[in-house]
Write a protein that binds this ligand. Structure first.
Ligand code: SF4
Length: 609
C-alpha cells in the first residue's frame, strides 16, 4: 500500500508531494486514522484553528475510486474552531476519487493566502488561482462561475459560501453543489485561509492487485444489493425512512429537543411526504443505493424549485425541531444554508434554541426586530435569520459562534437547553430514548456526533435495553471501533447496512485491490490506536473528561411524552458509562490515555513527515 500526499502552502504558493511510509499506512489505513496521525504530527500544540498555522487535510482511503460500493467519498480533517479539538467531516462528491485519479491519495493545505484564491488540480497541473471575483458570493453561484471559467468537464469541486468566508463556527464545505462536508466548522478554517474553492480532476485510475477477483466479487455484491430491502427503501424515500423510525420511537428532536414525537410531521416530513414530492433518486458514482432524493418543492418566496435533499438530519433539525411541518419550507431552509455554506444540523439547533429563548422571554432586552421573528409559530421568519448568522449581522454574530457561545452571551441558565457537546450541536436523535447514544455524544471527539455510533441501531432496532447504563461503555467502544475502520477506508455508512457490506467483505475488497490482508486482531488494534491517537491530540489541546458531557435537558429533564416518557439520563448514569468506556479503552479516570496504552499502540512515535 502506498500513499501520496500533495502539500500546498497558500502562504508561499509552493507545492510538493510527500510519500508516506508504508508502516504508517498499515497502522492507520487512511481517512480518519491517517488524518489523526498527521494532525498530531504536523500541527503545533495550541494553534488557533482560524490562524494560518492550522492545517487542513482532504483524505481518501485505499479503496477510494475503486468502484467498491460507497467508496467515492472523502474526509476533511483539521483542528476545529467549534470544539478546539480534532474534527473530521465526510462528504460525497468528486474531490476524493479525482484526487486519486490524478495520482494523489490526499491533499494537505497549509498557510494563508493574502488574497482570495482557489486551488486548481488537473493531474500534475497544480495552480493557485485568484478567487477575488467570487469572494462574497454564495457557494452555488461561485461553483457555477468557476465551473464555467474552467471550461472543461469532469472536475470534482469543494466550495465555501459567505459563512465560511466570515468564519462562522459551523460553516460547511459544498461538494459538487449538493453534498456537504458539514460538521465542526471546517468551512470556517477554509475561509480563514482565504481559500474559496478547490477543483480537482484526474485522468488515471486505481491500481488493482487482482482485477478479475475484484470484478467477480463486486458483481456478486451488486446483485445482492439490488435485492436488499434496505437499499430499496433508500431508493424509494432516501434517508427520510429514519424520520419514520425516530418519530415512532420517540427520539425525534421536537421543539428544541423538549420532546421526541412530532405528530404534525406525519405524512409530511416522513417517507410518505418525501415520496409525494419525489422526482427521482441520485447516487454517488457506482453506488447501488441511490439515497439522494430529488424533490419538487414550492414556497411563496422561491416559487417552484428542485433540490437534492433534504436528508433526515435536515428534516428533523429544520423541521420538527422548529415545529415546522412543511417539507417545502425545510427544503428552502436547506437551500439557503447550502448556498450560505452552513451546516443544517447546527443551524436548526440554533434556531430552535432562539425560539425557546424567545418563548421564555429571555431575549426581551435585545433590540433587534429580526430576532423577535424567530418563533416556533413562524418558521418563515426564522429563515431570514440564517442570513444574519452567515453575515454576522447584529445578534447573528453571536449565533455564528455556535449555540454554546450564544447561550453564554444570553445567560439566564439558557445553556441548560443549548443542545451541544464540546460546542457541536446535537444531531437528530434525542439520547433520552437511548442512553448509549448519550454516551456516544459525550465521548465523540468532535462533539455531539451521530456517525461514530448510529444511535437507534442497538437500543431501538436491536435488542440492547435502551434505559440502562451497564455495558454501554463496551457497546459504544465496539461501535466506534467498527467505524474507525470503515471511516479510515472512507466508506459510506449507508452502504454498510443497506448493501450491506460486512467488515470481512471490506477486507476482501481491500485484499483484492491492495494485496494486503489484515487479521481481525490487527483491525482491533488499529481501531484502538486511532481512537487513542485522536484522544491524545484532544488532550494536548486541553480537552478531557470535563468536556465529555451532555446538556442539562438530557441529564435532568424527563421526556414529557411518547415512548420515552419520564426518561432522562442523570449525571450519575453518565458518569457510570464514562468510567466503563475509559476503562475498556485503557484511559485513566479523567479520560486521558495512560502511558502504557500510548506505548502499546506506538502513538508517541514521531517523525513521519
Ligand atoms: S448510499 Fe447514498 S451517500 Fe452513500 S455512496 Fe450511495 S448514494 Fe452516496
Amino acid at each position: 500500500m502506498h500513499y501520496k500526499l500533495l502539500e500546498i502552502n497558500l502562504s508561499t504558493k509552493k507545492n510538493h508531494i510527500i510519500k508516506l511510509p508504508q508502516e504508517i499506512i498499515k497502522d492507520y489505513i487512511g481517512g480518519r486514522g491517517l488524518g489523526a496521525k498527521l494532525l498530531l504530527e504536523v500541527l503545533a500544540p495550541g494553534v488557533d484553528p482560524l490562524s494560518p498555522e492550522n492545517v487542513m487535510f482532504w483524505l481518501t482511503g485505499p479503496l477510494t475510486g475503486s468502484l467498491a460500493p460507497g467508496l467515492t467519498k472523502h474526509v476533511v480533517i483539521t483542528k476545529s474552531p467549534t470544539s478546539g479539538g480534532y474534527v473530521d467531516s465526510y462528504s460525497s462528491g468528486g474531490i476524493g476519487y479525482n484526487l486519486v485519479y490524478a495520482g494523489y491519495n490526499g491533499l494537505m493545505v497549509k498557510g494563508r493566502s493574502d488574497e482570495p484564491v482557489y486551488i486548481y488540480i488537473n493531474d500534475d497541473k497544480i495552480e493557485i488561482r485568484s478567487a477575488v471575483h467570487v469572494w462574497g458570493k454564495g457557494a452555488y453561484k461561485a461553483a457555477q462561475i468557476l465551473t464555467n471559467e474552467i471550461k472543461e468537464e469532469g472536475f470534482g469541486h469543494a466550495v465555501i459560501g459567505q459563512a465560511g468566508e466570515n468564519k462562522v463556527y459551523f460553516a460547511c464545505i459544498n461538494n459538487d453543489f449538493y453534498r456537504q462536508a458539514a460538521r465542526g466548522g471546517i468551512g470556517a478554517v477554509m475561509g480563514s485561509k482565504n481559500l474559496k474553492a478547490i477543483f480537482v480532476k484526474g485522468s488515471g485510475g486505481v491500481e488493482c492487485n487482482n482485477i478479475n477477483g475484484f470484478l467477480d466479487f463486486h458483481k456478486k455484491k451488486l446483485k445482492e444489493a439490488r435485492k436488499n430491502p434496505a437499499a430499496e427503501g433508500h431508493k424509494r424515500a432516501g434517508t427520510s425512512v429514519t424520520f419514520d423510525l425516530t418519530n415512532a420511537s420517540g427520539m425525534l428532536p421536537t421543539h428544541n429537543f423538549r420532546t421526541g414525537c412530532f405528530k404534525k410531521g406525519e405524512g409530511k416530513l416522513d417517507s410518505t411526504g418525501y415520496v409525494l414530492k419525489s422526482k427521482g433518486s441520485l447516487a454517488c458514482l457506482g453506488c447501488p443505493v441511490p439515497c439522494g432524493k430529488v424533490l419538487q418543492c414550492e414556497t411563496s418566496t422561491r416559487g417552484k424549485f428542485r433540490l437534492e435533499g433534504p436528508e433526515y438530519e435536515t428534516a428533523s433539525l429544520l423541521g420538527s425541531n422548529l415545529e415546522n411541518s412543511s417539507l417545502d419550507l425545510v427544503a428552502e431552509a436547506n437551500m439557503i444554508c447550502d448556498d450560505l455554506g452552513m451546516d443544517t444540523i447546527s443551524a436548526g439547533n440554533i434556531l430552535g434554541f432562539i425560539m425557546e429563548a424567545n418563548e421564555r422571554g429571555l431575549l426581551k432586552s435585545i433590540e433587534y426586530k429580526q430576532i423577535e421573528e424567530v418563533r416556533f409559530d413562524n418558521p418563515e421568519g426564522a429563515m431570514h435569520f440564517l442570513y444574519d448568522i452567515a453575515l454576522r449581522k447584529d445578534i447573528g454574530d453571536w449565533a455564528a459562534n455556535g449555540v454554546r457561545f450564544l447561550a453564554e452571551k444570553i445567560g439566564n441558565h439558557s445553556i441548560d437547553f443549548a443542545m451541544q457537546t464540546k460546542g457541536l450541536e446535537f444531531p437528530g436523535y434525542d439520547p433520552r430514548r437511548a442512553f448509549g447514544a448519550g454516551l456516544a455524544y459525550a465521548v465523540a471527539p468532535r462533539g455531539a456526533c451521530h456517525r461514530r455510533a448510529w444511535p437507534p441501531a442497538m437500543e431501538v432496532c436491536g435488542d440492547v435495553p435502551p434505559y440502562t447504563f451497564k455495558g454501554k461503555g463496551k457497546m459504544i467502544k465496539e461501535e466506534f471501533d467498527e467505524r474507525n475502520i470503515t471511516h479510515s477506508l472512507v466508506a459510506c455508512d449507508f452502504c454498510t447496512f443497506a448493501v450491506p457490506i460486512s467488515m470481512q467483505e471490506y477486507m476482501r475488497y481491500l485484499e483484492l485491490v491492495t494485496g494486503y490482508k489484515y487479521t481481525e486482531l490487527e483491525l482491533e488494534e488499529i481501531a484502538q490506536r486511532i481512537e487513542t491517537t485522536i484522544r491524545y491530540f484532544n488532550k494536548r489541546e486541553g480537552l478531557s473528561r470535563k468536556d465529555d458531557t451532555l446538556p442539562k435537558r438530557v441529564l435532568f429533564e424527563p421526556m414529557p411524552d411518547g415512548p420515552a416518557k419520564g426518561r432522562f439520563i442523570t449525571q450519575e448514569g453518565l458518569d457510570k458509562m464514562l468510567d466503563e468506556y475509559y476503562e475498556v479503552r485503557g484511559w485513566d479516570k479523567n479520560g486521558i490515555p495512560t502511558e502504557a496504552t500510548l506505548s502499546k499502540y506506538g502513538i508517541k512515535k514521531e517523525g513521519i513527515l
